[in-house]
Design a protein around this ligand. Structure first.
Ligand SMILES: NC(=O)c1ccc[n+]([C@@H]2O[C@H](COP(=O)([O-])OP(=O)(O)OC[C@H]3O[C@@H](n4cnc5c(N)ncnc54)[C@H](OP(=O)(O)O)[C@@H]3O)[C@@H](O)[C@H]2O)c1
Length: 252
């Protein structure tokens, strides 16, 4: 039997990148998977490719999350795995941080994550697993990422408190901190191609394993944390970053 047979999983931001690869992996492991996303067209396409259910729900819109929960409750009753993955990366240097950019990035990456969990709580089964997709940026001072990094640091702090409060229901809450992973997230920043290329090369050089991660690398870890094999793990944070967080000072 596969490790997630009989479980129902929800993946937010499941139409692309890490969410897409994870939805695929969770399905392979036997779970019934529901993906959400903000674009009807993208959600429909991904759901049909993956052979899973797709629901449009922009996490910045709390009533859209409510509606998604109602639909899932009506069709599946309860949820065992909640992968809180939807997020954006909107780099900007200090001095150019606008209120709109602050509200959007914090609104999706942190507020959206918090209220996804709040709204799904009533339909989470005892023993459910919540996995929050954070970032190694939560612990770095990388230029132009002040708000992104803060949104992820907030997520890691929230994860610890949530793990304590939900332990009586045997709900486990963990965070995953990826380093650079090849996904469309960087193209969506609007940075020119040349700049993106330079950024990727510089980043790759600093990674001890000398490569970007693949979405499938992260999907493996999430699938493990979602499973009963991880039943004694809660309130933890797992770097998956080719070693970049070691901060080796001298790179070989
Ligand atoms: N790639 C990396 O190097 C990396 C590293 C560390 C952490 N992360 C984190 O990993 C998560 C997934 O990112 P990714 O790299 O897989 O990027 P991605 O391919 O752009 O996927 C992000 C997903 O989130 C969705 N999303 C964005 N805003 C949303 C909203 N308001 N409501 C609902 N869905 C929304 C996106 O929808 P659209 O397709 O419509 O944009 C997409 O499905 C993010 O939280 C990101 O911060 C990524």
């Amino acid at each position: 039997m596969s490790q997630l047979t009989g479980k129902t999983a929800v993946v937010t931001g499941g139409n692309s990148g890490i969410g897409y690869a994870t939805a695929q992996k969770l399905k392979q492991e036997g779970a019934t998977v529901i993906i959400t996303g903000r674009s009807e067209e993208k959600v429909k396409k991904a759901a049909s490719e993956l052979g899973v259910q797709g629901i449009v729900a922009d996490v910045i819109n709390l009533s859209a999350i409510d509606q998604a929960v109602e639909k899932i409750k009506a069709e599946h009753q309860n949820v065992d795995i909640l992968f809180v993955n939807a997020g954006i990366f909107a780099p900007a240097p200090l001095g150019q941080i606008t209120e709109q950019m602050f509200d959007n990035q914090m609104g999706i990456n942190f507020k959206g994550a918090v209220f996804t969990i709040e709204k799904f709580l009533p339909i989470l089964n005892e023993g459910a697993s919540i996995i929050n997709l954070s970032s190694v940026n939560a612990y770095t001072g990388m230029p132009n990422t002040a708000i992104y990094a803060a949104s992820k640091a907030a997520m890691n702090s929230f994860t610890r408190t949530a793990a304590t409060e939900l332990a009586p229901r045997k709900i486990r809450v963990n965070a995953v901190n990826p380093g650079p992973i090849y996904t469309p997230i960087f193209d969506k920043t609007g940075m020119p191609e040349e700049q993106l290329k330079g950024f990727a090369e510089a980043m790759q050089n600093r990674i001890p394993l000398k490569r970007f991660g693949q979405p499938e690398d992260v999907a493996e870890l999430v699938s493990f944390l979602a499973s009963d094999k991880a039943s004694f793990i809660t309130g933890g944070e797992y770097n998956i970053d080719g070693g970049i967080n070691i901060n080796p000072l001298l790179v070989g």
